[in-house]
Design a protein around this ligand. Structure first.
Ligand code: ATP
Ligand code: MG
Ligand code: MG
Ligand code: MG
Length: 439
């Protein structure tokens, strides 16, 4: 992508309305624009990050055996009356009437709808286990939308729903998602700790929130420090092995970790003081097992091997990709801007032409741009006629992991400068070596 032809509306001033660093940086870096309270447009740079997050989320859902679908954002109130949640859900639900005066709503979550899909097609235990997920916009009329995408009213959620014959099967499905979540957050460059959590309005009796520690987090959390260094399950983890997964989950739940709602001060006091972490955290994912809470009232039953019909055991599993875009910035920035982990960076490399219009510099940049692009890298080529200082500042602000600085001075010796955004290390090398290194 040539910056001269891109749409990157950088803000010079720090927006006053933004209280936390991720919100400030997303606005300044031209990633998002607020359209009204809690509603945002994704500008090109932001959308690239969101798409990269979604790709990782999707890969790990697929790896665990979940199957992707896509349900609508608008749902019928009748479906929610079947589960009894239409009245219970309260003011967070945006209620809408269509032209025929039918009551509709903008989905805050999809348990009812996916249960309806399930009951329409699945009859036998032989079709289980099943886990259906989608990545779709949700709307919750939050009392206090704030912190940009961290607490939006319209936000993206990956929500998965598992169906099993019995509780033991459902536990295995829960464990699969647990492992998928550990892998997903690690690949996003985050240290997310699973914490015992309250099940809230969704109900049920087994639930973990995945929390990343950050001073701006809205949750108060307590955990054992060792979780920060635990190994992440490998890509070749056998998701079909009940014992194997249970071992991983046992280890990941062996030490103290709880949100304030579930906090047990006495149990926490048993943790050695130097191992106690008492901090703020951001909820980036949440998994629940809730048994037959929806399948029973909604008549989602399957016939078991004994020929008897019974309601399926369900769980639901959410991740917030739009919140994650902000959470990653909270975890990874410095005074000059965002420092994207490579896996979610909007571009892999920024090529900075320090003398646009100079034929030698232009030619070297074009060559690098084409060769790296051909090698499959996402390259942002700053070909604008602008001061070097402005180009450095922009590249730092938008956080591209590698900057390749091309100017007439070093080119005279056949060299370019490579800077790593994260540590700031610089290195002078030949064009060939630079292409080799980054390609
Ligand atoms: P919170 O406690 O922050 O209000 P929640 O517990 O209501 O979140 P869940 O119903 O567990 O949220 O939804 C699953 C995931 O969706 C959350 O873990 C979070 O990542 C994301 N999410 C929820 N609400 C929002 C929001 N208002 N804006 C952005 N992401 C959200
Ligand atoms: Mg909420
Ligand atoms: Mg919560
Ligand atoms: Mg939650």
């Amino acid at each position: 992508m040539r910056l001269s032809r891109y749409f990157l509306p950088i803000l010079r001033e720090t927006p006053k309305e933004a209280e936390i660093v991720s919100h400030r940086l997303m606005l300044r870096a031209g990633m998002i624009r607020q359209q009204s309270a809690g509603l945002y447009s994704w500008l090109p740079l932001g959308l690239r990050v969101l798409n990269k997050i979604n790709r990782i989320v999707r890969e790990e859902q697929d790896r665990s055996g979940a199957v992707e679908i896509l349900m609508p954002t608008i749902q019928s109130a009748d479906l929610w009356r079947e589960s009894g949640r239409y009245d219970a859900y309260g003011k967070e639900m945006l209620r809408i009437k269509d032209r025929h005066d039918r009551e509709m709503l903008y989905g805050p979550t999809n348990e009812e709808m996916v249960t309806d899909i399930f009951r329409s097609y699945v009859r036998s235990y032989k079709d289980l286990p099943l886990n259906l997920y989608h990545i779709q916009w949700k709307f919750r009329d939050e009392v206090r939308p704030r912190f940009g995408l961290m607490r939006g009213r319209e936000f993206l959620m990956k929500d998965a729903y598992s169906f099993d014959l019995d509780q033991a099967g459902a536990r295995h499905s829960y464990n699969k998602m647990f492992v998928a979540y550990l892998r997903t957050f690690a690949r996003l460059g985050l240290k997310a700790i699973p914490m015992r959590a309250d099940t809230g309005p969704i109900g049920g009796d087994l639930s973990h929130e995945f929390i990343i520690l950050a001073s701006t987090g809205e949750s108060e959390v307590f955990c054992h420090k060792d979780y920060l260094d635990f190994d992440i399950p490998a890509a070749d983890t056998d998701f079909d092995s009940r014992e194997g997964l249970q071992e991983i989950i046992d280890r990941w739940t062996s030490l103290y970790a709880a949100t304030s709602e579930m906090h047990d001060a006495a149990a926490f006091a048993a943790v050695a003081p130097e191992q106690q972490v008492s901090a703020r955290g951001i909820e980036v994912g949440h998994i629940f097992y809730f048994g037959t809470k929806y399948s029973e009232p909604m008549g989602a039953t399957v016939t078991g091997p004994d020929g008897v019909d019974r309601p399926v055991h369900m769980g639901s599993y959410g991740i917030g990709p739009s919140r994650l875009a902000a959470a990653i910035i909270e975890a990874s920035h410095d005074e000059n801007g965002i420092v994207w982990p490579e896996a979610v960076a909007p571009f892999d490399v920024a090529v900075l032409n320090l003398k646009a219009g100079d034929s030698g510099t232009d030619a070297a940049c074009e060559r690098i741009y084409h060769e790296l692009t051909a090698a499959g890298r996402d390259v942002l080529y700053d070909d604008r006629d602008d001061r070097p200082g402005a180009k450095f500042a922009t590249a730092d602000l938008i956080g591209i992991p590698w900057q390749l600085v091309v100017g007439p001075k070093s080119l005279a010796e056949g060299k370019v400068e490579l800077k790593r955004r994260a540590g700031g290390e610089r290195e002078t090398l030949s064009i060939e070596d630079a292409i080799q290194r980054l390609g």
